[in-house]
Design a protein around this ligand. Structure first.
Ligand SMILES: [Zn+2]
Length: 117
């Protein structure tokens, strides 16, 4: 079940994406599915806490509001990453920091076809 806050977040991000003129298909059901695939943990630090959708490639940088571009992130990680790309955010951080799907996404982010679906 999505919380009221999660629904509001998904809807406001969709509105923001449309305003920015980028593709937006993410639904509340997609978000719950993404969270479940990550076992309810932050994709970046592994914390099991309240999560919000992070755009792996930021909307402000042309990233799409689609399930392939979403990772679940805890508040500190999402707040720290903001509108940075993974490379920019990782810069200067001790490696390895990413794991699982986040790492794969980082490796595949430049490939035209994301085969992880
Ligand atoms: Zn985190």
């Amino acid at each position: 079940m999505a919380t009221a806050r999660e629904k509001a977040t998904v809807h406001s991000q969709a509105a923001r994406a449309r305003m920015m003129g980028v593709k937006s298909t993410l639904t509340v059901a997609d978000w719950l599915d993404i969270k479940a695939r990550h076992q309810g943990k932050c994709a970046y630090c592994g914390q099991e806490t309240e999560l919000s959708p992070d755009h792996i490639h930021p909307i402000t940088r042309g990233g799409e509001n689609t399930p392939e571009n979403i990772n679940p992130a805890c508040r500190p990680c999402n707040g720290s990453k903001q509108d940075k790309t993974l490379d920019e955010w990782q810069n200067g951080r001790p490696a390895p920091r990413l794991y699982g799907r986040a790492l794969l996404n980082a490796r595949l982010k430049n490939s035209a076809k994301n085969t992880l679906q």
